[in-house]
Ligand binder design. Sequence first.
Ligand code: FE2
Length: 381
Amino acid sequence: MIIQAVSIADNGGSLNCHLSDGQITRFHSIWLRDNANDDATKSSGNGQRLITIQDIPETVVICSARFADNRIIIRFNDRDLDVAYDPAWLMSHCYDKDRSKRSCWFADWVETWDGRLGKSLPSAEFDMVNTDSRSLYGWLFNLRKYGFAKLENGPVKSGALMDVAGLFGFVRETNYGKWFEVRTEVNPVNLAYTGLGLQAHTDNPYRDPVPSMQILYCLENSAQGGASIVVDGFRAAEVLADQDADAFALLAGHCARFSYEGSAGVSLHARRPMIETTPDGEVITIRFNNRSAAALTDIPYEYMQPFYRAWRLFAEIIDDVSMQVSFKLAPGDCFVVDNTRVLHARNGYSGKGSRWLQGCYPDKDGLYSTLAAMEKETIAV
Ligand code: FE2
């Protein structure tokens, strides 16, 4: 859709853009003034705004508007200056849309998935993403799209996970260190010993902010079993909303509590919902971890029983094997999850052998920034 003509409306309070399909999309004068890109309003060097909201008069109106050289030229009443707007930029930022209330939706780049994703795991070779920018872009693109991706055949050396993090961002240091060990020696004397399985969870919901990504890098995995499992929490939220909209609303509408006090000098607590949404209904974060769930104190008495029912329903969806993708990591393999979205688990393991993983928490903004920058540089296909 392109803008074919413009006209002033509301006594200069807004601009009507007449589109090629006969529709009109509107922009307020204050919005247009705020988004002017002249040198006095916005830095041409870094694109940052040079004015504050108070620098725009509340009474700002459009005095004139016209097309010239494929630009929309506007003059406001607060300055003796023509301001040019790119019609394509305006169309890509239009906000005059139908906004019927939606309660469970996702960002454009998100594709939710269930166990069927196991047939085509998002995965790449360590050497390829380190040497070929298109391979790296494709791998990072899938990581953003699915909130999960594997990387195979990397070096079997302690700390190699930091090289993976360095592909797209920076690691957040916590009380567990820059990275942490997930190491279990299976008792070779007692072959009946079974390593405990873990219910699918997101890590550290007791932190605020919660770690937004996790890398789990395998250095040894000779024990029997011990497969890794991932579940798309966004898909689980979607299924919950479809099955029981009230249950979804309960989990999204009330704060749960999460705590960790397992180490000396550490006392971490967070009061956040299990399903976090934006005010307009986009699902942005899943927090789900039975081990660090604390006593619920923020749900009105009359909703507590239904809240538990909703929590159980959500857990049953997450535990459903049809939602799970499982795989076994070999030494030198790793997987990365968006910890605000994808839950991870491990099956129990037994017999002789050992299992040694290292984990760390890169921040997700690095992933998005790297992808966006690559797209700008047209490294993307
Ligand atoms: Fe974990």
